[in-house]
Design a protein around this ligand. Structure first.
Ligand SMILES: *[C@@H]1O[C@H](CO)[C@@H](O)[C@H](O)[C@H]1NC(C)=O
Ligand SMILES: *[C@@H]1O[C@H](CO)[C@@H](O)[C@H](O)[C@H]1NC(C)=O
Ligand SMILES: *[C@@H]1O[C@H](CO)[C@@H](O)[C@H](O)[C@H]1NC(C)=O
Ligand SMILES: *[C@@H]1O[C@H](CO)[C@@H](O)[C@H](O)[C@H]1NC(C)=O
Ligand SMILES: *[C@@H]1O[C@H](CO)[C@@H](O)[C@H](O)[C@H]1NC(C)=O
Length: 412
């Protein structure tokens, strides 16, 4: 019963737009106390960066005054391009005033949210920080070209090793961040994937039934796509060709989940997720997201894939590359190298998986409850226990989010 309560609580948290990972800083609130930064603050909200900042720990926001925002606004960039520029001002490390003035060797380079979202190419998205001899500290985007560096003005707010808000003298200049960006809803998914190492997968989406349309039509409500790199697809093609038309479509749809997950969300939550192939019947087509520090793996009963890169991570759309094709257990058999599952032993606790008295199709979908695991065969029961247990332990909210779908994304 306890995990049901837990799930309920998490759902509540979700609906209030407050994710459990945050340690409590609220950048909107911090800046609201300083009206001279209201323009910057406004655009953090308008670009949805505020939410991403609040979700993260150990970050530094480089803010500029309303007057210093004017030259940037005069460029009339789209909101999506503006988001790239502002995300360059979010360093994914903690730099309080003291640390800035005591930099080891007088200089440091920091990664930024711009870099972390995959929009930046190469070293663009990094910011150089220099502590000059006279005590002046300056900042410059690595791709700033000849633009003069901008200076540290003052510290606005510091919560030790959580968040630092630092005023700088003007907006960081970066041709890469200012390059026009299409809105996520206008991104052509297959073109994006083709250009960035997932051409085989993209071609199959176009060639297979209405797979491409299904993916595209889900972008607006929130979509996360895991595209297997060409090398992985190449090895998988013989198996793919062997599938029925239905099977082909399902395995492709299995690589999308109908909810937006930033890489940060994936890194901080474990659990079972539904996919675009999930149809609410016995064919569940779910898999487990599991993170170990910075590494995020996706586990089906048959394969384990690792996220290797980010093609786009911009609410409501995220596309990541993975090193293996996700093979759903609905279509593929696990390799027989696994240790045989132990025979189910009678367990005392009420919550332990039991032979279900009623067949599963009679009950409504109830995602994360071990008690609901069907016990059609021993191996299946043992595996469902571990999958559902992982979800209940660390973050069934992803499942919940997948279930409630678009509504949640709009809140977040
Ligand atoms: C952050 O603060 C703003 C302004 O006080 C408030 O409107 C918003 O709901 C807060 N966000 C969270 C996630 O608490
Ligand atoms: C950034 O720092 C690196 C290494 O110190 C240096 O090579 C590069 O020229 C710097 N770039 C800018 C724009 O300051
Ligand atoms: C994406 O681009 C491809 C190739 O240019 C095109 O065939 C397809 O129709 C486009 N998809 C959408 C949804 O615009
Ligand atoms: C294709 O299916 C046949 C019949 O089910 C099976 O024997 C064969 O191993 C399969 N080939 C691949 C590459 O999976
Ligand atoms: C995942 O799918 C399997 C069927 O493939 C189902 O038995 C299990 O309950 C599902 N788990 C969750 C948490 O939805």
């Amino acid at each position: 019963m306890q995990h049901v309560l837990y799930l309920g609580l998490l759902l509540l948290l979700l609906f209030s737009g407050c994710l459990p990972v945050s340690r409590g800083h609220n950048i909107t609130k911090i800046l609201a106390e300083h009206p001279e930064f209201s323009t910057f603050n406004h655009y953090l909200t308008a670009t949805h960066l505020a939410g991403e900042i609040n979700r993260r720990k150990t970050i530094t926001i480089l803010v500029v005054s309303n007057a210093d925002m004017a030259p940037l606004l005069a460029k009339h960039l789209s909101l999506y391009t503006l988001k790239n520029v502002l995300s360059l001002h979010v360093l994914v490390d903690y730099f309080g005033a003291k640390k800035l003035h005591q930099l080891n060797g007088g200089a440091a380079a920091s990664s930024t949210l711009f870099q972390a979202t995959g929009s930046a190419q190469g070293t663009a998205g990094f910011v150089n920080i220099t502590n000059h001899r006279a005590g002046r500290v300056s900042f410059a985007a690595v791709d700033a070209g000849g633009a003069p560096p901008v200076n540290f003005v003052k510290s606005i707010k510091e919560i030790s090793y959580d968040i630092a808000v630092i005023q700088i003298s003007s907006v960081l200049s970066s041709p890469e961040a200012e390059a026009p960006t299409p809105a996520p809803a206008q991104v052509n998914l297959t073109t994006l994937m083709s250009k960035k190492g997932c051409k085989t997968f993209a071609d199959l989406l176009v060639a297979t039934g209405d797979a491409e349309k299904t993916f595209e039509s889900n972008v607006g409500g929130g979509l996360t796509v895991f595209c297997p790199i060409d090398q992985a697809m190449k090895a998988f093609m013989p198996k793919f060709k062997n599938l029925t038309a239905d099977g082909k479509l399902s395995v492709l749809l299995y690589h999308g989940i109908p909810v937006y997950n930033s890489i940060q969300m994936l890194k901080s939550n474990n659990g079972v997720v539904n996919t675009l192939a999930t149809d609410g019947s016995a064919k569940n087509y779910n898999f487990t997201v599991q993170n170990d520090g910075e590494v995020v793996t996706l586990k089906t009963r048959v394969t384990v894939a690792t996220i290797t890169g980010t093609l786009i991570d911009e609410d409501p759309l995220a596309v990541y590359t993975i090193d293996q094709v996700l093979e759903p257990r609905e279509l593929f058999k696990p390799e027989k190298t696994r240790a045989p599952a132990p025979a189910p032993t009678p367990v005392a606790e009420a919550e332990a998986p039991t032979k279900s008295k009623k067949r599963h199709h009679a009950s409504p979908p109830a995602p994360a409850g071990p008690a609901d695991a069907p016990a059609a065969d021993n191996e299946k029961a043992a595996d469902d226990e571990s999958a559902a247990g992982g979800g209940a332990r660390a973050g069934p909210w992803i499942v919940a989010a997948a279930a409630v779908g678009a509504a949640v994304v709009m809140v977040a």
